[in-house]
Every structure is written in C-alpha cells, then in structure tokens.
Design a protein around this ligand. Sequence first.
Ligand code: NCD
Length: 305
Amino acid sequence: MFKEKFSGGIISAKQFDREDIEYIIKKAKEMIELKNSNILQGKILATLFFEPSTRTRLSFESAMYRLGGSVIGFQSGDVSSIKKGESIADTIRTVENYSDCIVIRHSLEGAAILAAKFAKIPIINAGSGSGEHPTQALLDLLTINEEVGPLDGLNIGLMGDLKYGRTVHSLSILLSNFNVNVYFISPLELKMRNRDKDFLQQRQVKYKELTDYRKILNILDVLYMTRVQKERFVDSEEYERIKGFYIFQQEDLIQTKNNFRLLHPLPRITEISPDVDNSEKAIYFKQTYYGIPMRKALLAELMTD
Ligand code: NCD
C-alpha cells in the first residue's frame, strides 16, 4: 500500500516502483477532476525552503489550501534560526510539533535524508542540492502521460545540465521503471554522473549519451530541457563559458515529429528562445499546472489515515 510504504515521506525517486508511479498518477488524475475539497481540513503543512523557489513552494502551498489544509513555513534560511547556527536536525524536531508534514528544500544533498531520520512525521524532499527532486519528476511523468501518452515505447531526451540538475536525476530514475529509450544530451563537462548511470545500467535502461541534439530531434517524442545550474559551479568563469551552450530555437521545431513535446522544469534562462513558447509543442507552462494535482495527490496520501 502506498500510504504505508511512504509513511516516512518522499525522499528519493528510488523509493518508487512502477506500481507506485501508476498509482500516484491515477490519484493525481482524480485530483484534476476533484478541483477543491476539504480532505485535509485541520492539517498543517510546513514548507521549509532554504533555497529559492517559485513553482515548487507555491504549488505545494496551493495544493494544500485546495484540499482545505493550512500552511506555515519560511522562504529563506536567513529568516529561521538556522541563521543563528541551529542544526537541520533541531529545526526538524521543532517544526514537527507544529505540523503534519514537512516539505524541505536545501542546498545540501543529504538534507532531506537527514530530516527524515529525525522526523516522526512525513518529510517531502523538494530539492536536495544537486541530488534529487522526486516530486518534480512525478509531475513530469504526469505531464507526459496526459500530454503525450503512455510512457512505454517513447524516445525521451534529457538535455542541458545533467551533472548538477536534480530534476533530471530523479526523472531518469523514475523512467527506469518503464520501457523507454533515454537520450542524455549535454556538453561534455555536464554529463550525467557515473552513479546515476550505474543505477540505470543495473535496471537495464537503454540510454545513449550525445552532445548534438539536432542529430536525434526527428525521432524524439519528448525533449526535457534544463538550465545550467549556476549556483552549483565552483568556477564562475566555467559557468559563463558554458551557460549558452544550448539555445533551442523555433527553427529546431521544424525537424520534430507532430506529437513531439518540449518540457522544462523552469526557471528557463536562455536555453529556450522565447519565440518557441507559442508553439503547441512547447508545454512547459502546462507542466507547471500539473504540479497542483500531483502534489494534491501526494499530500492526501501522506496526511490522511
Ligand atoms: C528546478 C529545481 O529547483 O531543481 N526547479 C523546479 O523545482 N521547478 C529546476 C532548476 O532550478 O533549474
């Protein structure tokens, strides 16, 4: 049962098998129909964001309100006692007394795991450094499911910063539960890390690595673009050199199949030219909508008996 399995929360995409993914997508689809309800009335969600966020925090909060619940939290580590030197563990042991579930985003890869170790209530990882962002990957799969079709058999390209991008790490892990062809497209400096590739190899996922996306544009069903993660670079000159490596242009669309769809977790910097936005193949703003039903489904599972 999903509720029991995830009673400690959602820390990594590795917790999910195919059955779990199909279950939560089904629940999220029900949430699309449901609009507003009161199933989480009296419940409190805490959102602890030590790193910037627009979509993730606001969609969690909106989802909570739309289910009749309430939200407390902060949007920057600077305003919490962490600034005074309090540990993550002590923060969690405090906030769990004030809430029924904690959503945490932090620059440290191990932050969510650490939080889960100390918490007696469910923890949701809303981005852990350059590690993972599992709920984004779940909403990405819901988007593909609704806008493109069933995952099996699809050719899916993940492109951009595959080294530091946490969304592509979680997404590739979730995709390993399906019979998909994955293309990792990146500059040589930003290739998928060996530990992520090893995981896919163990699961016998068919993947290829390449640099020039134009070589495979005509066979892709989905291209998932990401920004170069400026905040993770130790060397700012390297970031400056690499940040404009890819710019997806309107003319690139000509080569793509009719059912091709372009996704991006956002924020977009310069990697997709704004003139692509009006194409029906560009669905990154629709994708932001799917964060609501997916997060409603997850919150309902974690907080109802
Ligand atoms: C992503 C993140 O924070 O990892 N944004 C998001 O949650 N939608 C992607 C990014 O910041 O590049």
